[in-house]
Design a protein around this ligand. Structure first.
Ligand SMILES: Nc1ncnc2c1ncn2[C@@H]1O[C@H](COP(=O)(O)OP(=O)(O)O)[C@@H](O)[C@H]1O
Ligand SMILES: [Mg+2]
Length: 257
């Protein structure tokens, strides 16, 4: 496991993310376990693993162990001193803008996975695909390489309870970012390709991802089972309709304009 060597800075946002350099020579955005937002780290882990499985552009991430001595020596980490041992760390992508910092009609260079990002958000019920939760690396005139970040609020929130998972909404999400992504999708067939990937993902792999969640992140055995059931049920019963609704309400109208 990598070890932290240097504290860099605190990052914007409600998750209290910190930029920390590790002994592999790289910088990571580290999110700490926080009371009241207990599902942040499990959500990040699940969102990350599923996005990776689908081949979506998400920064490489890992679970890291931050020793108490490191926390004790860094005043900016005072609030995290009594946090759990394991945290979620996402490789820092340098020189990025977010969706607010560019003109609306920018082009996305890596457009192939965009339908997959939208389907992932619907599968996981991620209401938080805001313009801040995409990162954009300049790749030519008005053209950007896109990354997705921040899956802290999948399953409806960063503090969901078992019962919430059973009643996740089944509607088209209000997301200006989804409109921007949809505008850059070249071929409607991309939705079908990613839907097939989601539908055929082995259940044992989903179970494996959930089983890796550290015990100290306090997801009970019943909640872990509920996560798997929710993912399997939503991909079978809910995602097909939602995909059609999205294509009708967002993808096709934007093509007519
Ligand atoms: N992998 C990353 N590379 C570069 N910047 C990042 C990365 N992850 C997060 N950030 C920056 O940190 C901010 C907070 O992270 P985010 O995951 O969105 O947490 P939250 O919005 O819940 O606080 C982001 O808005 C972004 O500016
Ligand atoms: Mg965010």
């Amino acid at each position: 496991m990598i070890t932290p060597v240097n504290y860099v800075k605190k990052l914007d946002g409600k998750s209290n993310a910190h930029l920390i350099a590790f002994n592999d020579g790289k910088e990571y955005v580290v999110k700490f376990f926080q009371p009241g937002m207990e599902k942040t780290l499990p959500n990040e882990w699940i969102g990350y693993c599923l996005a990776r499985y689908l081949g979506l552009p998400i920064p490489f991430a890992r679970i890291v162990d931050i020793p108490p001595e490191f926390l004790a020596n860094e005043p900016q980490l005072a609030d995290e001193l009594f946090s759990t041992q394991y945290q979620f760390a996402s490789l820092y992508i340098k020189d990025c803008k977010n969706g607010h910092q560019v003109e609306d009609d920018f082009r996305i260079k890596n457009h192939q996975p965009l339908a997959g990002i939208i389907l992932l958000d619907y599968w996981l019920y991620n209401q938080d695909r805001t313009r801040k939760n995409i990162l954009l690396n300049e790749a030519g005139k008005d053209t950007f390489q896109l990354w997705i970040i921040d899956h802290a609020e999948i399953f409806g929130s960063n503090s969901w309870l078992h019962t919430d998972l059973e009643v996740l909404p089944e509607e088209v999400l209000k997301s200006a970012t989804h409109w921007i992504l949809a505008k850059n999708i070249k071929d409607e067939e991309c939705f079908r390709e990613y839907f097939d990937l989601i539908e055929t993902m082995p259940i044992y792999l989903i179970e494996e991802i959930v089983s890796v969640i550290p015990d100290e992140w306090m997801v009970s055995a019943a909640e872990k089972k509920a996560i798997v059931t929710t993912l399997v049920t939503r991909r079978r019963k809910i995602l097909p309709q939602l995909m059609e609704k999205f294509k009708k309400k967002v993808f096709r109208p934007k093509n007519i304009k």
